[in-house]
Design a binder for this molecule. Structure first.
Ligand code: TPP
Length: 352
């Protein structure tokens, strides 16, 4: 028991820093998105959904994989991927983590095995491949894949759970349950709102993590990581959370559609981060204030830099094609040339 307390204490400030980094970057980017109209992609901001990713962060190894859904920024930052690479990516610049070609919905950073994707539950199934290779190579690394409650309604989820269980793969399946798929509540979409039953039907261990307090979230996710690493068996985590941001873009879609007034009433006084900050010792508060200031400067600097950076030109972008990187085991590759039309007209951003 004492060790557990010490472990949380050891990482406490780091976790608070990660939460702040995610929160501040989201708020800042949301504020400037429209007046500027310079970011080149639609963005699913994760404001409100910082906690589990931040508590997971201390347990992640470089070679662990994270395969996330479209609302990925918290997990990208929690994996230690570069903030400036993420910001430049949104501005479509060459210095972006994907050379400005992926944007927010496909945000990736291959050096740290972080990938995300826009096809709902697509990344969930790709975790089968990464975890199979981890197990096959006896690496003791694990795969973490993140999905939303809406993603749970895709058929491929159940094929994935079945194979992960059958092959005893080292995967943590995380469902960030914010109860809404765009503007439709779970109750309007399905009669089967209890994930526990569905998961246990595949003989997979199910954990329900509620947003009670940071230490509780930390201890729970720690147990899951330890278990998957040591037993090489999948675990499913349902995390109850609340998306403060609108579904996509910086607009407050609640004011316009009032699609979750009851949910807002239930969550509006809940702020585990601020509650926790109130309990921090004076000495640590001072340290955190400096760290937070640095985060603010880093975010602002990343934006200024991204705006100055160059775009990748069309010829350069063609060299990034996988055609030159196929495995040596492949004897023949289709060399048929396809001419891409490079002059597609640019879509000008405007308010939705
Ligand atoms: C296969 C597929 N169908 C539909 C969409 C459109 N779409 C994008 S996000 C979304 C809602 C997802 O809700 P959820 O999984 O709960 O994640 P959240 O946005 O709430 O974080 C939908 C339907 C898509 N990207 N892919």
């Amino acid at each position: 028991m004492k060790n557990k307390k010490n472990l949380f204490k050891k990482f406490e400030l780091k976790i608070l820093e990660t939460i702040y980094k995610i929160q501040f970057s989201q708020k800042y980017l949301m504020d400037i998105y429209h007046p500027e109209d310079l970011m080149r992609c639609p963005i699913h901001f994760c404001l409100g959904q910082e906690l589990l990713a931040s508590c997971l962060s201390p347990f992640l190894r470089k070679k662990d994989f994270i395969l996330s859904h479209h609302r990925s920024h918290a997990y990208y930052l929690s994996k230690g991927c570069p903030l400036d690479g993420m910001v430049s990516e949104f501005y479509g610049k060459k210095s972006g983590s994907n050379f400005g070609l992926a944007g927010s919905q496909e945000l990736s950073f291959s050096k740290l095995n972080f990938y995300s994707g826009t096809i709902l539950s697509g990344m969930f199934s790709i975790a089968l491949g990464t975890s199979f290779s981890q197990k096959f190579l006896k690496s003791n690394n694990i795969s973490i894949t993140v999905i939303g409650d809406g993603g749970m309604e895709e058929g491929i989820v159940y094929e994935t759970l079945n194979l992960a269980s059958l092959h005893k793969l080292p995967i943590i399946f995380i469902c960030e349950n914010n109860r809404f798929s765009v503007h439709t509540s779970m109750k309007e979409r399905t009669l089967s709102t209890k994930f526990k039953k569905k998961i246990e039907a595949f003989d997979i261990e199910y954990h329900h993590i509620k947003s009670n307090n940071l230490k509780d979230i930390f201890d729970n996710i720690h147990r899951c990581v330890q278990s998957v690493r040591s037993k090489s068996k999948p675990i499913f985590v349902e995390f109850e959370t609340f998306r403060i941001a609108g579904h996509v873009g910086p607009e407050n879609d609640d004011e316009e559609f009032h699609y979750r007034d009851e949910d807002i009433a239930r969550w509006k006084n809940k702020d585990l981060f601020q509650d926790h900050l109130k309990k921090i010792k004076f000495k640590d508060k001072k340290i955190l204030q400096q760290k937070f200031k640095k985060i603010e400067n880093d975010v602002k600097h990343a934006v200024t830099k991204a705006k100055k950076d160059k775009f990748l030109n069309f010829e350069e972008s063609k060299k990034l094609n996988f055609v030159k990187s196929f495995s040596k085991k492949i004897k023949k590759f289709d060399t048929q040339k396809v001419n891409f039309y490079g002059g597609q007209q640019e879509t000008k951003l405007k308010p939705y």
